[in-house]
Design a protein around this ligand. Structure first.
Ligand SMILES: Cc1ncc(C[n+]2csc(CCOP(=O)(O)OP(=O)(O)O)c2C)c(N)n1
Length: 349
Protein backbone atom coordinates (compact mmCIF):
# COMPACT_ATOMS: atom_id res chain seq x y z
CA UNK A 1 0.00 0.00 0.00
CA UNK A 2 2.49 2.72 0.91
CA UNK A 3 4.19 3.69 -2.37
CA UNK A 4 1.92 6.07 -4.25
CA UNK A 5 2.17 6.88 -7.96
CA UNK A 6 1.13 10.49 -7.68
CA UNK A 7 1.33 10.76 -11.47
CA UNK A 8 -1.80 8.65 -11.91
CA UNK A 9 -5.43 9.38 -10.92
CA UNK A 10 -5.50 6.15 -8.86
CA UNK A 11 -2.37 7.23 -7.01
CA UNK A 12 -3.81 10.67 -6.32
CA UNK A 13 -7.01 9.14 -4.94
CA UNK A 14 -4.86 6.83 -2.82
CA UNK A 15 -3.05 9.88 -1.40
CA UNK A 16 -6.42 11.36 -0.44
CA UNK A 17 -7.55 8.09 1.11
CA UNK A 18 -4.37 7.87 3.19
CA UNK A 19 -5.00 11.36 4.56
CA UNK A 20 -8.63 10.49 5.34
CA UNK A 21 -7.50 7.35 7.13
CA UNK A 22 -5.00 9.26 9.27
CA UNK A 23 -7.64 11.88 10.12
CA UNK A 24 -10.23 9.27 11.06
CA UNK A 25 -7.73 7.13 12.99
CA UNK A 26 -6.94 10.17 15.09
CA UNK A 27 -10.61 11.10 15.53
CA UNK A 28 -11.08 7.70 17.10
CA UNK A 29 -7.95 8.05 19.22
CA UNK A 30 -9.12 11.49 20.42
CA UNK A 31 -12.54 10.12 21.43
CA UNK A 32 -11.38 6.85 22.91
CA UNK A 33 -8.64 8.61 24.86
CA UNK A 34 -11.17 11.12 26.23
CA UNK A 35 -13.26 8.13 27.39
CA UNK A 36 -10.23 6.67 29.20
CA UNK A 37 -10.16 3.63 26.93
CA UNK A 38 -6.63 4.43 25.75
CA UNK A 39 -4.01 4.69 28.48
CA UNK A 40 -0.95 6.92 28.57
CA UNK A 41 -0.40 10.00 26.53
CA UNK A 42 -1.26 10.82 22.91
CA UNK A 43 -0.14 13.53 20.48
CA UNK A 44 -2.29 13.95 17.38
CA UNK A 45 -1.10 15.10 13.97
CA UNK A 46 -4.40 16.39 12.59
CA UNK A 47 -3.69 19.14 10.07
CA UNK A 48 -0.36 17.55 9.12
CA UNK A 49 -1.71 14.61 7.09
CA UNK A 50 -0.32 15.81 3.76
CA UNK A 51 3.25 15.63 5.05
CA UNK A 52 2.88 12.01 6.15
CA UNK A 53 0.95 10.89 3.06
CA UNK A 54 3.12 12.83 0.61
CA UNK A 55 6.50 11.88 2.06
CA UNK A 56 5.76 8.20 2.78
CA UNK A 57 3.91 7.91 -0.52
CA UNK A 58 7.18 8.82 -2.25
CA UNK A 59 8.98 5.84 -0.68
CA UNK A 60 9.38 2.25 -1.76
CA UNK A 61 8.50 -0.58 0.61
CA UNK A 62 12.21 -1.16 1.29
CA UNK A 63 12.82 2.40 2.46
CA UNK A 64 12.80 3.18 6.17
CA UNK A 65 11.35 5.99 8.19
CA UNK A 66 12.00 7.22 11.70
CA UNK A 67 9.45 9.31 13.52
CA UNK A 68 8.67 11.39 16.56
CA UNK A 69 6.16 11.41 19.42
CA UNK A 70 3.58 12.44 16.77
CA UNK A 71 3.84 9.26 14.73
CA UNK A 72 0.38 7.94 13.83
CA UNK A 73 0.27 9.58 10.40
CA UNK A 74 3.77 8.50 9.42
CA UNK A 75 3.07 4.93 10.57
CA UNK A 76 -0.20 4.57 8.66
CA UNK A 77 1.21 6.22 5.56
CA UNK A 78 4.17 3.81 5.62
CA UNK A 79 1.70 0.95 5.55
CA UNK A 80 1.14 -0.10 9.15
CA UNK A 81 -2.35 -1.52 9.64
CA UNK A 82 -4.79 0.65 11.61
CA UNK A 83 -6.07 -2.25 13.73
CA UNK A 84 -2.65 -3.32 15.05
CA UNK A 85 -1.57 0.30 15.46
CA UNK A 86 -4.67 1.05 17.51
CA UNK A 87 -4.20 -2.15 19.52
CA UNK A 88 -0.72 -0.86 20.37
CA UNK A 89 -2.23 2.37 21.71
CA UNK A 90 -4.65 0.28 23.77
CA UNK A 91 -1.66 -1.56 25.27
CA UNK A 92 -2.80 -4.87 23.81
CA UNK A 93 -0.74 -7.93 22.91
CA UNK A 94 -1.85 -7.71 19.25
CA UNK A 95 -0.26 -4.27 18.91
CA UNK A 96 2.89 -3.75 16.87
CA UNK A 97 5.08 -3.85 19.99
CA UNK A 98 2.91 -6.23 21.97
CA UNK A 99 1.27 -3.28 23.70
CA UNK A 100 4.51 -2.37 25.48
CA UNK A 101 5.25 0.74 23.45
CA UNK A 102 2.02 2.67 23.05
CA UNK A 103 1.62 5.71 20.84
CA UNK A 104 5.14 7.07 21.26
CA UNK A 105 7.20 3.90 20.68
CA UNK A 106 5.58 2.22 17.69
CA UNK A 107 7.87 0.35 15.34
CA UNK A 108 7.48 -2.30 12.66
CA UNK A 109 10.60 -3.31 10.82
CA UNK A 110 8.65 -5.28 8.21
CA UNK A 111 6.98 -2.12 6.95
CA UNK A 112 10.13 -0.04 7.32
CA UNK A 113 9.01 1.87 10.39
CA UNK A 114 12.16 2.03 12.52
CA UNK A 115 10.43 3.66 15.41
CA UNK A 116 8.62 6.58 16.95
CA UNK A 117 10.98 8.49 19.21
CA UNK A 118 9.58 10.32 22.23
CA UNK A 119 12.99 11.85 22.91
CA UNK A 120 12.85 15.07 20.94
CA UNK A 121 15.41 14.98 18.12
CA UNK A 122 16.21 11.27 18.44
CA UNK A 123 14.57 10.43 15.12
CA UNK A 124 17.38 12.28 13.34
CA UNK A 125 20.46 10.32 14.50
CA UNK A 126 18.42 7.14 14.15
CA UNK A 127 17.75 8.06 10.52
CA UNK A 128 21.43 8.85 10.08
CA UNK A 129 22.26 5.41 11.48
CA UNK A 130 19.94 3.80 8.93
CA UNK A 131 21.74 5.81 6.26
CA UNK A 132 25.10 4.45 7.45
CA UNK A 133 23.73 0.91 7.13
CA UNK A 134 22.45 1.61 3.62
CA UNK A 135 25.82 3.02 2.60
CA UNK A 136 27.80 0.14 4.13
CA UNK A 137 25.55 -2.39 2.40
CA UNK A 138 25.55 -0.44 -0.85
CA UNK A 139 21.79 -0.79 -0.63
CA UNK A 140 19.20 0.67 -2.95
CA UNK A 141 16.99 2.05 -0.21
CA UNK A 142 17.11 5.25 1.78
CA UNK A 143 15.81 6.54 5.09
CA UNK A 144 13.48 9.43 5.81
CA UNK A 145 13.80 10.96 9.27
CA UNK A 146 10.82 13.05 10.36
CA UNK A 147 11.39 15.66 13.03
CA UNK A 148 9.59 18.70 14.43
CA UNK A 149 10.59 22.37 14.25
CA UNK A 150 11.32 22.33 17.98
CA UNK A 151 13.70 19.40 17.62
CA UNK A 152 15.93 21.42 15.33
CA UNK A 153 17.17 23.32 18.39
CA UNK A 154 18.52 20.06 19.84
CA UNK A 155 22.20 19.22 19.48
CA UNK A 156 21.72 15.67 18.27
CA UNK A 157 19.76 16.95 15.26
CA UNK A 158 22.73 19.05 14.16
CA UNK A 159 25.14 16.17 14.79
CA UNK A 160 22.98 13.71 12.86
CA UNK A 161 22.52 15.91 9.80
CA UNK A 162 26.14 17.06 9.81
CA UNK A 163 27.43 13.50 9.78
CA UNK A 164 25.06 12.49 6.98
CA UNK A 165 26.09 15.52 4.94
CA UNK A 166 29.80 14.87 5.44
CA UNK A 167 29.52 11.17 4.61
CA UNK A 168 26.93 11.72 1.85
CA UNK A 169 24.49 9.29 3.40
CA UNK A 170 21.19 8.40 1.69
CA UNK A 171 18.86 10.16 4.11
CA UNK A 172 16.06 12.69 3.69
CA UNK A 173 15.36 14.84 6.74
CA UNK A 174 11.78 16.09 6.79
CA UNK A 175 11.18 18.86 9.30
CA UNK A 176 7.47 19.21 9.99
CA UNK A 177 7.28 22.86 10.89
CA UNK A 178 3.88 23.01 12.57
CA UNK A 179 4.94 26.32 14.13
CA UNK A 180 4.81 25.22 17.74
CA UNK A 181 7.11 23.27 19.98
CA UNK A 182 4.90 22.19 22.84
CA UNK A 183 3.79 25.66 24.06
CA UNK A 184 6.61 27.61 22.40
CA UNK A 185 5.91 29.68 19.32
CA UNK A 186 8.34 29.23 16.43
CA UNK A 187 10.08 32.64 16.58
CA UNK A 188 10.63 32.40 20.34
CA UNK A 189 12.90 29.46 19.61
CA UNK A 190 14.57 30.13 16.27
CA UNK A 191 16.46 33.09 14.85
CA UNK A 192 15.72 32.23 11.23
CA UNK A 193 12.47 32.43 9.33
CA UNK A 194 13.03 29.23 7.38
CA UNK A 195 14.66 26.20 8.95
CA UNK A 196 15.59 25.01 5.46
CA UNK A 197 18.22 27.79 5.46
CA UNK A 198 20.24 25.68 7.88
CA UNK A 199 20.99 23.25 5.08
CA UNK A 200 23.58 25.71 3.75
CA UNK A 201 25.66 25.24 6.89
CA UNK A 202 25.86 21.50 6.15
CA UNK A 203 26.50 22.05 2.45
CA UNK A 204 23.36 20.18 1.40
CA UNK A 205 20.19 21.30 -0.42
CA UNK A 206 17.41 22.79 1.70
CA UNK A 207 13.89 22.72 0.29
CA UNK A 208 10.81 24.50 1.54
CA UNK A 209 7.51 22.87 0.68
CA UNK A 210 3.86 23.65 1.40
CA UNK A 211 3.04 20.94 3.92
CA UNK A 212 -0.69 21.30 3.21
CA UNK A 213 -0.18 20.18 -0.38
CA UNK A 214 0.25 16.41 -0.63
CA UNK A 215 1.44 16.49 -4.25
CA UNK A 216 4.09 19.11 -3.52
CA UNK A 217 5.40 17.10 -0.56
CA UNK A 218 5.46 13.92 -2.65
CA UNK A 219 7.34 15.65 -5.46
CA UNK A 220 9.93 17.21 -3.14
CA UNK A 221 10.61 14.02 -1.19
CA UNK A 222 10.76 11.96 -4.40
CA UNK A 223 13.46 14.25 -5.77
CA UNK A 224 15.36 14.10 -2.47
CA UNK A 225 15.10 10.31 -2.50
CA UNK A 226 16.50 10.19 -6.04
CA UNK A 227 19.47 12.29 -4.92
CA UNK A 228 20.00 10.01 -1.93
CA UNK A 229 19.92 6.84 -4.05
CA UNK A 230 22.25 8.41 -6.62
CA UNK A 231 24.87 8.78 -3.88
CA UNK A 232 24.53 12.55 -3.74
CA UNK A 233 23.81 12.66 -0.03
CA UNK A 234 21.05 14.01 2.19
CA UNK A 235 18.49 16.76 1.65
CA UNK A 236 16.80 18.88 4.29
CA UNK A 237 13.12 19.39 3.56
CA UNK A 238 11.10 21.86 5.60
CA UNK A 239 7.35 21.27 5.27
CA UNK A 240 5.35 24.25 6.53
CA UNK A 241 2.28 22.90 8.23
CA UNK A 242 0.01 23.28 11.26
CA UNK A 243 -1.38 21.08 13.99
CA UNK A 244 -5.06 21.42 14.83
CA UNK A 245 -5.07 19.77 18.23
CA UNK A 246 -3.10 20.76 21.30
CA UNK A 247 0.45 19.53 21.80
CA UNK A 248 -1.06 16.55 23.62
CA UNK A 249 -4.66 15.60 24.26
CA UNK A 250 -5.75 17.68 27.22
CA UNK A 251 -3.48 20.64 26.41
CA UNK A 252 -5.35 23.89 27.17
CA UNK A 253 -3.35 25.74 24.48
CA UNK A 254 -2.83 29.09 26.20
CA UNK A 255 -0.15 29.93 23.62
CA UNK A 256 -2.49 30.43 20.64
CA UNK A 257 -5.99 31.59 19.78
CA UNK A 258 -8.79 29.31 18.66
CA UNK A 259 -9.48 31.81 15.83
CA UNK A 260 -6.06 31.00 14.40
CA UNK A 261 -6.78 27.26 14.53
CA UNK A 262 -10.20 27.71 12.96
CA UNK A 263 -8.76 29.82 10.18
CA UNK A 264 -6.29 27.07 9.24
CA UNK A 265 -9.04 24.45 9.33
CA UNK A 266 -11.34 26.57 7.17
CA UNK A 267 -8.77 27.73 4.65
CA UNK A 268 -5.79 25.42 4.55
CA UNK A 269 -7.10 21.96 5.32
CA UNK A 270 -4.98 19.46 3.34
CA UNK A 271 -7.83 16.97 2.94
CA UNK A 272 -10.78 19.19 2.03
CA UNK A 273 -8.64 21.24 -0.33
CA UNK A 274 -7.21 18.19 -2.07
CA UNK A 275 -10.66 16.60 -2.48
CA UNK A 276 -11.72 19.85 -4.15
CA UNK A 277 -8.67 19.87 -6.42
CA UNK A 278 -9.34 16.29 -7.54
CA UNK A 279 -13.03 17.07 -8.09
CA UNK A 280 -12.20 20.15 -10.16
CA UNK A 281 -9.83 18.07 -12.31
CA UNK A 282 -12.61 15.54 -12.86
CA UNK A 283 -10.71 12.81 -11.01
CA UNK A 284 -13.10 12.38 -8.08
CA UNK A 285 -16.89 12.41 -8.04
CA UNK A 286 -18.96 13.21 -4.95
CA UNK A 287 -20.05 9.56 -4.86
CA UNK A 288 -16.43 8.39 -4.91
CA UNK A 289 -15.52 10.76 -2.10
CA UNK A 290 -18.45 9.56 -0.01
CA UNK A 291 -17.54 5.92 -0.71
CA UNK A 292 -13.96 6.63 0.36
CA UNK A 293 -15.11 8.27 3.60
CA UNK A 294 -17.47 5.34 4.30
CA UNK A 295 -14.70 2.84 3.62
CA UNK A 296 -12.32 4.61 6.00
CA UNK A 297 -15.01 4.78 8.69
CA UNK A 298 -15.73 1.05 8.32
CA UNK A 299 -12.01 0.30 8.53
CA UNK A 300 -11.81 2.31 11.74
CA UNK A 301 -14.98 0.75 13.21
CA UNK A 302 -13.31 -2.63 12.71
CA UNK A 303 -10.01 -1.36 14.12
CA UNK A 304 -11.67 -0.08 17.31
CA UNK A 305 -13.45 -3.41 17.75
CA UNK A 306 -10.19 -5.29 17.15
CA UNK A 307 -8.32 -3.18 19.70
CA UNK A 308 -11.07 -3.50 22.30
CA UNK A 309 -11.36 -7.26 21.89
CA UNK A 310 -7.62 -7.97 21.79
CA UNK A 311 -5.99 -9.67 24.78
CA UNK A 312 -4.10 -7.79 27.45
CA UNK A 313 -0.43 -8.81 27.62
CA UNK A 314 0.33 -11.17 30.51
CA UNK A 315 1.96 -9.26 33.41
CA UNK A 316 4.75 -11.82 33.64
CA UNK A 317 5.69 -11.00 30.03
CA UNK A 318 6.13 -7.28 30.77
CA UNK A 319 9.87 -7.38 30.13
CA UNK A 320 9.71 -9.46 26.94
CA UNK A 321 11.52 -7.70 24.09
CA UNK A 322 12.93 -5.13 26.52
CA UNK A 323 16.17 -6.99 27.27
CA UNK A 324 17.88 -9.31 24.81
CA UNK A 325 19.07 -11.66 27.56
CA UNK A 326 16.79 -11.80 30.56
CA UNK A 327 18.45 -9.86 33.36
CA UNK A 328 18.31 -11.41 36.88
CA UNK A 329 15.75 -8.81 37.97
CA UNK A 330 13.49 -9.79 35.11
CA UNK A 331 13.74 -13.45 36.05
CA UNK A 332 12.87 -12.66 39.66
CA UNK A 333 9.92 -10.55 38.51
CA UNK A 334 8.65 -13.38 36.31
CA UNK A 335 8.94 -15.94 39.10
CA UNK A 336 7.08 -13.67 41.50
CA UNK A 337 4.26 -13.14 39.02
CA UNK A 338 4.00 -16.87 38.41
CA UNK A 339 3.94 -17.79 42.10
CA UNK A 340 1.71 -15.16 43.69
CA UNK A 341 0.70 -12.77 40.87
CA UNK A 342 3.04 -10.12 42.31
CA UNK A 343 1.05 -9.87 45.55
CA UNK A 344 4.13 -9.48 47.71
CA UNK A 345 4.73 -6.11 46.01
CA UNK A 346 8.32 -6.96 45.34
CA UNK A 347 9.26 -7.13 49.02
CA UNK A 348 11.04 -10.39 48.38
CA UNK A 349 13.61 -8.77 46.07
C1 LIG B 1 14.99 15.63 24.81
C2 LIG B 1 13.58 16.03 25.14
N1 LIG B 1 13.32 17.27 25.65
C3 LIG B 1 12.06 17.65 25.94
C4 LIG B 1 11.01 16.78 25.74
C5 LIG B 1 9.58 17.21 26.03
N2 LIG B 1 8.89 17.47 24.75
C6 LIG B 1 8.12 16.54 24.18
S1 LIG B 1 7.51 17.03 22.68
C7 LIG B 1 8.27 18.53 22.82
C8 LIG B 1 8.12 19.57 21.74
C9 LIG B 1 8.55 19.08 20.41
O1 LIG B 1 8.27 20.05 19.43
P1 LIG B 1 8.51 19.76 17.92
O2 LIG B 1 9.83 19.10 17.71
O3 LIG B 1 8.29 21.02 17.18
O4 LIG B 1 7.42 18.68 17.55
P2 LIG B 1 5.83 18.84 17.54
O5 LIG B 1 5.37 18.53 18.94
O6 LIG B 1 5.52 20.22 17.14
O7 LIG B 1 5.36 17.82 16.57
C10 LIG B 1 9.00 18.62 24.01
C11 LIG B 1 9.78 19.80 24.41
C12 LIG B 1 11.31 15.49 25.23
N3 LIG B 1 10.35 14.59 25.00
N4 LIG B 1 12.58 15.15 24.92
Amino acid sequence: MPEIDIGSPDGRREALRTMLLVREFENRVRDRFADNEIPGFVHLSQGQEAVAAGACGALADDDYITSTHRAHGHSLAKGLEPDRLLAELYGKEAGYCGGRGGSMHVSDLERGMLGAQPIVGASVPLGTGAGITAQLEDADWCAVAFCGDGSVAAGQVHEGINLAATWELPVVYVIENNQYSEGMVFDEQHNVEDLADMAASYGIPGEIVDGQDVEAVHETVSAARERALAGEGPTLVEAKTYRYRGHFEGDEEPYRSQEEVEEWIAERDPIENYAEVLAERGELSIDELEAMRADVEATMDAAVQFARDADEPAPEDAYDDVFVDPAPDVERFRERMETDGGQDGGAGR
